[in-house]
Design a protein around this ligand. Structure first.
Ligand code: AGP
Length: 608
């Protein structure tokens, strides 16, 4: 996700800000920029690409003299990674500069309002609306303009703001996206994360939601959303720089698992407006949606597993036939694509060679392709006819967690949109689904608090030779991902099996002590899967069941049961996968594996 750094103090600001941004590079970005107040006006430089480009253009900040500055590394969400879309963004007079981390969910409506007031926009970003809205409200009192702007925007944001007539003053705001402020003898800092300023101070203040900070050279003031000044306690950071990049987590994978509640919100909220699902980027009219006769979902690895889930969910809700393919198979099997078919390519990186080739294959045959992609401006994003971004932010760990979770959300929204247009579900059912979606972030958060129990159980299986994951329907899709999570980072062989298929051969591998993970979250299949649990236990297996709070039948049959909160069965994957992610993670940690960079694997497989 984006990185913000700001400084106001006795020293030249630009070099400090650039140095801070370099410590945030691990967060992933595709462009960078900086604005400095030089005593008379706001001067700036922006550059697509690596931070090094910006450093060279500004000679390490020397071409931008001044003691107050804000800088930004941008992970593109709205608009390609270009100079124009890079932050900071300005009002038309360039008298107000803004850097932003997060998503302004109602930016379209605000953009329409401001355009109607005669404002001209220079970028495709959501952030630019903030600069013009501040301008709209600014009558000489920056705090008043900031408060009025905050009351108008919806979404997540960490902001750094400069006004050219407020010298030596830097403003910062936080809602949902992380922001800290720090101070040393020479000045005050703002940053998205600790590593950016750890070199200058270990005394930081964590800005809480809807707090505004006004920073000067030697002091800072905190305000709440009601413009009341508040006191805050500082925190002394004990971490070293390396730990700080992971936000105090031991691995990026664990950090990204814990970002999943926010990932769900970021991917879902901008697409649910006034109780309706609005997927502008789908590029299809209701008539075109109604005419869909078949959907082909094509992807690799975990992205493919979300496609298998989507098959069950879309067919259940929208009654549209769905065929799923591994991209490496699809591209060579001369697939039969009938008229009225739609092709969906799912990819976190947007650069997976097989998935890109499958996209090209579908387009060559004259079919429109929807990309569900996490990296803005990636090859699949550029070549798809339409793109639905997952907004999970950069995913550093090779084993995907938050991007997988975001892909599921995107697919749920598609299924509900299609079902609504095709009228295959009632309004009441639609509302029930919306309610269940709304609860997911908090339910995921709750499941993540159970990590100690999972770790304890995982430590019993560090020496396992093989593990089986079984399930039926959506539970089979969950098993596929649970199995991949375990084997790709712990190097223990595991296999996912449709529970009803085990007896057709593979059950011969079950022996005393074999761990079988039985996923049973689908009420209409509980009993069936419980009978499979009994089957494998009769051959000596040790069974860990992952089931819903209302299914006590599994507890009676399994040796160890993990419960997930009640949700609609079509969304069960989003919850059941959490303990399975944690299980794979802790087995890998217990085995001393390189969790973030497993052997033989790449984050993006850009070769066949
Ligand atoms: C999953 O943890 C792996 N990183 C891998 O299976 C991955 O999902 C697959 O390579 C597809 O990558 P993509 O989503 O970037 O296309």
């Amino acid at each position: 996700m984006c990185g913000i750094v700001g400084y106001v103090g006795m020293n030249p600001a630009a070099p400090l800000v650039l140095d801070g941004l370099s410590k945030l590079e691990y967060r992933g970005y595709d462009s960078a920029g900086i604005a400095v107040f030089d005593g008379k006006c706001l001067r700036y430089q922006k550059a697509a690409g690596r931070l090094k480009v910006l450093e060279e253009l500004t000679h390490g900040g020397e071409t931008l003299p001044g003691n107050v500055a804000i800088g930004h590394t941008r992970w593109a969400t709205h608009g390609e990674p270009t100079n124009e879309n890079a932050h900071p963004h300005f009002n038309e007079k360039n008298s107000i500069a803004v850097v932003h981390n997060g998503i302004i969910e109602n930016y379209q409506q605000i953009k329409e309002f401001l355009t109607g007031k005669g404002y001209k926009f220079r970028s495709e970003t959501d952030t630019e609306v903030l600069a013009h809205l501040l301008d709209y409200y600014y009558k000489g009192d920056p705090m008043e303009a900031i408060f009025k702007t905050l009351h108008r925007v919806e979404g997540s944001y960490a902001l750094g703001i400069l006004f050219d007539d407020q010298p030596d003053t830097l403003f910062a705001v936080r809602k949902d996206s992380p922001l800290i402020v720090g101070q040393n003898d020479d000045g005050c800092f703002i940053a998205s994360d600790v590593p950016a300023i750890l070199r200058y101070t270990r005394k930081v203040y964590y800005v809480d939601n809807q707090e505004i900070v006004k920073l000067h050279r030697h002091h800072m003031h905190f305000y709440n959303i009601d413009a009341e000044e508040i006191e805050k306690e500082s925190v002394t950071i004990e971490w070293d720089a390396n730990a700080a990049e992971k936000g105090g987590y031991d691995h990026f994978m664990l950090k990204e698992m814990y970002e999943q509640p926010k990932t769900i919100t970021d991917t879902m909220s901008p697409r649910i407006r006034d109780g309706k699902i609005v997927i502008d980027e789908l590029g299809m009219s209701d008539e075109e949606i109604a005419a869909i006769r078949k959907i082909h979902i094509v992807a690799c690895g975990s992205a493919y597993h979300t496609g298998v889930t989507a098959k069950y969910v879309i067919e259940k809700l929208a009654r549209i036939p769905v065929e799923t393919d591994l991209a490496s198979e699809f591209r060579y099997r001369d697939p039969i694509l009938e008229e009225g078919s739609m092709v969906i390519i799912i990819s976190q990186s947007g650069e997976t060679a097989d998935s890109l080739a499958a996209l090209r294959e579908a387009k060559e045959r004259g079919f429109k392709v929807l990309g569900i992609v996490n990296v803005v401006g990636s090859s699949i994003a550029r070549e798809a006819d339409n793109v639905m971004y997952t907004w999970a932010g950069p995913e550093i760990a090779v084993a995907t967690t938050k991007a997988y979770t975001a892909q599921l959300i995107a697919l749920y929204l598609l299924a509900m949109k299609f079902a609504q247009v095709k009228k295959t579900i009632t309004q009441e059912r639609f509302n029930q689904l919306l309610e269940s979606l709304d609860k997911l972030p908090h339910q995921v958060e709750r499941l993540l608090t159970d990590k100690e129990n999972i770790q304890k159980f995982a430590n019993r299986y560090l020496a396992a030779r093989e593990v089986f994951f079984i399930g039926r329907g959506i539970d089979y899709a969950i098993s596929l991902e649970g199995s991949l999570k375990l084997k790709e980072i712990s190097y223990i062989h595991s296999e996912a099996y449709a529970a009803g298929e085990l007896k057709h051969g593979t059950i011969s591998l079950i022996e005393k002590g074999t761990l079988v993970v039985a996923v049973c979250t689908q009420p209409d299949l509980y009993q069936k899967t419980v009978s499979n649990i009994v089957e494998v236990k009769a051959r000596g297996a040790f069974v860990m069941a992952v089931t819903c709070e209302d299914n006590h039948a599994a507890e009676g049959a399994a040796d160890y049961t993990i419960y997930i909160p009640q949700t609609d069965p079509v969304f069960a994957n989003s919850l059941a996968i959490i303990p399975l992610q944690l299980f794979g993670y802790y087995v890998a940690v217990g085995r001393g594996c390189d969790v973030d960079k497993p052997r033989n694997l790449a984050k993006s497989v850009t070769v066949e």
